[in-house]
Design a protein. Structure first.
Length: 319
């Protein structure tokens, strides 16, 4: 359906609070050979017992967490402990590095000093993992391994995530998500946000990849957002990335980790000029598309009635 000017304005107004910094000042804490924490320094202002949820983010191939710092600081300013993971030795992300980083956070072995002891300040049961570009399939592999080990994962973010097939003409290392990984995520009750850039021309990271390799193949609660002005890096990294895609990532995290209904509504409506395809969580609800007149191909998916009933604590809360 098309968005009228009034609908677009209403969406933009609902989205606006998430485009600004949150109520908490933020700081960073490096983790040797792993990455960087971004956290709210005045976390003591949180209500007693309201421990910080966790978002672990895998950087893209040959990228470092500081390149995503504006977005990761933005998320932390809303009361989320963020760990940007990179492999400083090889500069190529791996699931092994990602899992070591996640386990260090969940066990409390590695947290910023102001958040120690972790059991008092960090809620390991509220975890979302995600990644950009080559970090996307790595994060999915790590999420599936965590689920297999009975570690709860509430959501997964595929941001311009790669899906390189075997035997590709560029002779790139294949990293296409497997059906087993996607099924494990869906069956656990987790949800998925897939973000892509209309101007992303990197092979195997386009909006077509986001639609066909992630959104369509995942049978749980899911959203696909096509961000109009976003390129591969100039939509995810730096200040421009924070402005373009940061608010979508933030609203998804708040809806998933904090059951924030206002954030959920803002996320599903979007900025007012971007295409969003999503499944509502109501088992009987039909697939819903919100589109604002852009060229957008929707491939028929399985009936919504076939979607599994999500774990109430693991998905975007229904309104």
């Amino acid at each position: 359906m098309g968005g009228s000017p009034s609908e677009s304005l209403s969406a933009a107004l609902a989205f606006a609070p998430y485009e600004r910094r949150g109520p908490f000042a933020t700081a960073t804490h490096p983790v040797l050979h792993v990455g960087t924490f971004y956290y709210p320094v005045d976390h003591a202002r949180l209500a007693p017992g309201n421990r910080l949820p966790v978002f672990v983010f895998a950087c893209g191939t040959y990228q470092y967490s500081y390149e995503y710092a504006p977005t990761l600081h933005h998320i932390a300013s809303f009361g989320v402990l963020v760990l940007g993971v990179q492999d400083e030795r090889t500069k190529v992300m791996s699931a092994a590095v990602m899992l070591r980083a996640i386990q260090a956070v969940l066990t409390g072995a590695s947290v910023p000093p102001p958040l120690a002891p972790a059991a008092q300040h960090v809620d390991a049961s509220r975890l979302v993992v995600g990644g950009h570009s080559g970090g996307g399939p790595v994060a999915l592999e790590a999420a599936a391994a965590l689920i297999a080990a009975n570690t709860p994962v509430r959501g997964f973010v595929a941001q311009h995530a790669a899906a390189i097939p075997a035997g590709n003409p560029q002779r790139l290392a294949p990293n296409r998500p497997t059906a087993q990984q996607l099924d494990a995520l869906a069956q656990s009750g987790a949800s998925m946000l897939s973000l892509c850039g209309v101007k992303d021309v990197i092979p195997y990271c386009s909006c077509d990849t986001a639609l066909r390799e992630y959104f369509e193949r995942f049978d749980g609660p899911k959203l696909l957002v096509k961000v109009l002005a976003a390129e591969h890096m100039a939509g995810t990294a730096g200040l421009r990335g924070d402005r373009l895609e940061g608010p979508y990532l933030l609203t998804y995290l708040l809806a998933t980790l904090d059951a924030d209904l206002a954030a959920r509504d803002a996320l599903l409506a979007g900025r007012g000029n971007e295409d969003i395809l999503y499944y509502l969580l109501d088992r009987s609800a039909a697939p819903t598309i919100v589109t604002y007149g852009l060229e957008y191909q929707v491939v028929e998916a399985s009936a919504a009635a076939a979607l599994p009933t999500p774990n109430a604590t693991a998905a975007i809360p229904a309104g």
